[in-house]
Design a protein around this ligand. Structure first.
Ligand SMILES: Nc1nc2c(c(=O)[nH]1)N[C@H]1C(S)=C(S)[C@@H](COP(=O)(O)O)O[C@H]1N2
Ligand SMILES: [Mo]
Length: 329
């Protein structure tokens, strides 16, 4: 479905978009703030100030819950998830994204779909993401820098989005790009990476049931620093594959170039699967530190062993059968 100007009366109630829900909520909050009774309105008024506070309605539970993970896989506190970030478009410091993305404009949002598919075009966020399809999935998340988190994401399986876009028989890969807008993204004034930030997946990886297009976390809309309004999540791969603030999805026959591979191919390959047996040339990948704890008797968070495919071996190992994972890193 392409972007079109639609009359309000054309919109079915089943099509009420996330955006309209957000806008109504925003108006409500504004009205509430104008009255002295604001603090008594509801529990969300007291929610963590790190969040924009836009609650996502009707999110379905899935089998990927906190309970499906290990006893030492407690949810990472929201504070850590939203203040310790990598989003180089807003600076290279871990605190830069939270501080410098406050005014980043994510509404309206358009994603261009092109390449080997039946339904290329310019899609609005609301065309791609239907509120009634939202799911919660608690996943481990492992950065290549050897820290990790456990995050309750909200999103839609990428496979469902791809099926609707109708990839042709020539589509062997899916490529993604982040917005380029140096006026809003101060980090893009520097050539730390070649902008836009690019990532890609092989088609079977993109269609894997684990692969999520996330639009929220902790039950609410994604904070800007976490990749609003739409970002990829591939929990068995290092964090840098999880490209943020996506504006282009391209179906390609050839393996697409990716930002980290372009900048340091010896260190970052196309696959980037979490693998404790294959070290980064400059550091070990055998262990990781979980942000937010738990702490040991000495009061610090000890390193823990990194799991093969970040603990998702059962779901993904078959895709790499017969591949040399030390060579295809
Ligand atoms: N566009 C874009 N996407 C990006 C990055 C980035 O710098 N730019 N950093 C990546 C890296 S290295 C990591 S670890 C994760 C961090 O996601 P988080 O801040 O939500 O934890 O985002 C990934 N996606
Ligand atoms: Mo990362």
């Amino acid at each position: 479905m392409l972007i079109q100007a639609r009359k309000k009366s054309d919109v079915l109630s089943s099509e009420i978009t996330l955006h309209s829900v957000f806008m109504r909520r925003r108006e409500f909050l504004r009205a509430a703030a104008a009255t002295s009774a604001a603090a008594a309105i509801g529990p969300f008024m007291l929610s963590d100030p790190a969040m924009a506070g836009m609650k996502l309605p009707n999110v379905q539970k899935t089998k990927w819950t906190r309970e499906s993970l290990g006893k030492d896989d407690d949810l990472t506190p929201l504070k850590d998830v939203t203040t310790y970030n990598n989003f180089y478009e807003f600076g290279t410091g871990k605190g830069d994204p939270a501080r410098k993305s406050k005014d980043f404009k994510t509404k309206p949002w358009t994603v261009v779909v092109d390449g080997e598919c039946d339904k290329p075009g310019r899609y609005s966020f609301e065309d791609l993401i239907k509120p009634h399809e939202l799911q919660e999935r608690v996943y481990r998340f492992r950065c290549v820098e050897a820290w990790s988190m456990v995050i309750p994401w909200v999103g839609v399986p990428l496979a469902d989005i791809i099926k609707r876009l109708g990839p042709t028989g020539n589509a062997k890969y899916v490529a993604f790009e982040t917005l380029v807008d140096p006026a809003q993204m101060p980090g893009q004034k520097y050539a730390i990476l070649k902008w836009p930030y690019r990532e890609g997946l092989r088609m079977d990886e993109a269609m894997n049931p684990l692969t999520l297009m996330a639009v929220g976390l902790y039950g609410e809309e994604l904070p800007n620093q976490n990749g609003a309004p739409i970002r990829l999540v591939t929990p068995w791969k290092y964090g840098f594959k999880s490209i943020k603030s996506i504006v282009r999805i391209s179906f390609t026959e050839k393996q697409p170039p990716t930002s980290w591979n372009m900048s340091a191919s010896r260190e970052y390959g196309f696959y980037s699967n979490v693998n404790p047996l294959v070290n980064h040339p400059r550091w070990s990948q055998a262990k990781e530190r979980r942000l937010g704890g738990p702490t040991n008797v000495f009061g610090f968070v000890p390193k823990r062993p990194t799991l093969m495919f970040n603990g998702y071996e059962e779901e993904v190992a078959a895709m790499y059968k017969g591949m040399n994972l030390a060579r295809n890193y």
